[in-house]
Design a protein around this ligand. Structure first.
Ligand code: PHE
Ligand code: CO
Length: 297
């Protein structure tokens, strides 16, 4: 596939489970080394998802993706996207080999640098791969970095991550769940209807449909502390999706210092991924059809 293969250094517990963590180095995107197959894979995924996301992804996602001029023609160059980002919100993409150790990741976000995996999945992995690749990172995460409120949220999350890392492993687990259920798998209400903004969803054809149309999952109103207690799935579709009303709501809820919240949560049990609570604002009670019975992270 590519001239260089990503180098795995070791396995580590991260927000994606126990997975290979790569070198922490920032790498130049080796754009000229992408093969015809790579560009073709990008084109296939791009066209397929743009179609699936019509009427499913939130307006901000679609509009901002168009502002970047991303297209099926070729894998975008980070330096072109960075020109657009620099003017709009000051974010910059940096190329990486893959997942980073948590503290490195947080430090990038806190400084408005978004790490993007430079390599792309192979043609037999169009529907699923266990770790983020260029398609997930670029197609999925980058568009919302043009939204000023979401851009600030991501930076604040990075700073919060550095802090949580200093507080301890449990605080980090609480914070990681917030990332998971918002940045990766969040839904948003738009003109009274549910739309997708989470990157883990928009980069997956199957989950883009499942999260909105399936009777299986729960869909409940955003509640920050509730999310921080909720376990999640890394190897199946989510059992529960949390719905925000706006990115401002997300920003406002996460503005306070989390230190006392981490302390309060330390004495509370975690909630299994598919469990509903009496106090939940239930938008849809999931049927639970097809749910795995174990394996929540
Ligand atoms: N306010 C959080 C803290 O004190 C930081 C944060 C901001 C976390 C935004 C997540 C998202 O830790
Ligand atoms: Co991601």
């Amino acid at each position: 596939m590519n001239a260089q293969q990503p180098r795995r250094v070791k396995h580590q517990q991260t927000d994606k489970g126990y997975v290979p963590v790569y070198t922490t180095a920032i790498v130049e995107q080796p754009w000229s080394s992408y093969s015809e197959t790579d560009h073709h894979t990008w084109a296939t995924l791009f066209e397929r998802q743009r179609e699936v996301l019509k009427g499913r992804a939130c307006g901000e996602f679609i509009r901002n993706q168009e502002r970047f001029g991303m297209s099926a023609d070729a894998i975008p160059r980070f330096e072109d996207l960075n020109k657009v980002l620099a003017k709009a919100t000051g974010w910059q993409l940096v190329g990486v080999e893959g997942l980073l150790p948590e503290l490195d990741f947080f430090d990038h976000l806190a400084n408005r640098r978004f790490p993007v995996t430079w390599w792309l999945r192979t043609p037999d992995q169009l529907d699923y791969l266990a770790e983020p690749d260029l398609f997930h990172d670029l197609f999925g995460h980058v568009p919302l970095l043009l939204n000023p409120v979401f851009a600030d949220y991501m930076e604040a999350y990075g700073r919060g991550g550095v802090k949580a890392h200093g507080i301890g492993a449990e605080a980090l687990v609480n914070l990681t769940r917030l990332y998971w259920y918002t940045v990766e798998f969040g839904l948003i209400r738009e003109a009274g209807e549910l739309r997708i903004y989470g990157s883990g969803i928009v980069s997956s054809k199957g989950e883009s449909i499942h999260c909105l149309e399936s009777a299986a999952p729960n869909r409940i109103g955003f509640d920050m502390e509730r999310i921080m207690r909720t376990r999640y799935r890394i190897d199946t579709y989510q059992k529960t999706y949390f719905v925000i009303d706006s990115f401002e709501q997300l920003m406002d809820a996460t503005r306070p210092d989390f230190t006392p919240i981490y302390q309060r949560l330390a004495s509370q049990a975690s909630i299994p991924a598919g469990t509903l609570l009496d106090e939940d604002e239930v938008i849809q009670r999931g049927s639970g059809e097809g749910w795995a019975t174990d394996g929540d992270v």
